[in-house]
Ligand binder design. Structure first.
Ligand code: BTN
Length: 249
């Protein structure tokens, strides 16, 4: 992984213009959080992570051969816009993957990307919107050939699905190029049409994990703030703005 090969393919004004590439880090999100003086758009990439973090306190499997990237946004965001960042990143990564690899990408609300119903990418957005910063962490299984046994049924890589070796540098640049216009206009989220078009959950029966609650529901749509519109078992409609869903087969 070489910074200059990424920079050579960037068409952005801010994203990736400050770029640090590491052989290894515990977690690019954690590293970026610890820096105080980096500019808007700064990007941290690691070739592997020893303590990659996922949502809900989980680990994110991060061996060599993946793309592990965190992007710093210095913008004052309202609480609803922070929620949209994950959706914007999901659309940007899906578009970028399809531009460099012959696979078809779906979004499992709100932070997972699937190829052939298995996860190829996870997104972890963190931040303090009132203080004017947010971090978008993106982990893509690019060239991973072997997954731990507990992940084989649910995770995959671009290599495993396409048989092609994708350049992580090319993918990183494509993601940043696709993401910049979306975050610059986050208050006018036209990209939610792509979120809906790519949704793996709309029309499906799902299990919802929300705080300490778990319940069955039917996914109906995605609202204009990126929330998931669901119908509970008893017919009550409601909108999820956070939490996690799994698709029932
Ligand atoms: C999830 O699947 O729950 C989210 C996974 C997010 C992983 C990325 S990899 C780059 C960044 N650094 C981390 O420690 N996590 C995110």
């Amino acid at each position: 992984m070489e910074a200059k090969r990424i920079t050579a393919q960037l068409r952005t004004k801010h994203l990736g213009r400050h770029l640090e590439v590491f052989k290894t880090l515990p977690s690019t999100n954690t590293y970026l959080k610890e820096q105080n003086d980096l500019p808007h758009g700064a990007v941290i990439i690691a070739a592997d992570q020893t303590a990659g973090r996922g949502r809900r306190g989980r680990d994110f499997f991060s061996p060599q051969g993946g793309l592990y990237m965190s992007i710093l946004l210095r913008r004052t965001l309202t609480a609803s816009t922070v929620g949209l960042l994950t959706s914007a990143a999901a659309v940007a990564v899906a578009d970028a993957i399809e531009a460099v690899c012959p696979v078809s990408v779906q979004i499992k609300w709100v932070n997972d990307l699937l190829v052939n119903s298995k996860k190829v990418c996870g997104i972890l957005a963190e931040g303090a919107p009132a203080d004017g910063w947010a971090i978008i962490g993106i982990g893509v299984n690019v060239d991973t050939k072997v997954f731990p046994r507990e992940l084989t049924a649910i995770a995959t890589s671009l290599y495993k699905e396409s048989g092609k070796t994708v350049s992580a540098e090319q993918l990183a640049a494509a993601i940043l190029n696709a993401l910049e216009p979306l975050v610059e206009h986050i208050e006018n989220p036209a990209f939610l049409e792509d979120t809906r078009r790519r949704s793996a959950v709309i029309g499906k029966d799902i299990t919802v994990f929300h705080g300490n609650e778990t319940f069955l529901a039917h996914a109906v749509g995605i609202d204009d703030a990126g929330g998931l519109i669901i119908q509970k078992h008893d017919g009550t409609p409601c909108v999820l703005t956070s939490g996690e869903v799994s698709i029932r087969l």
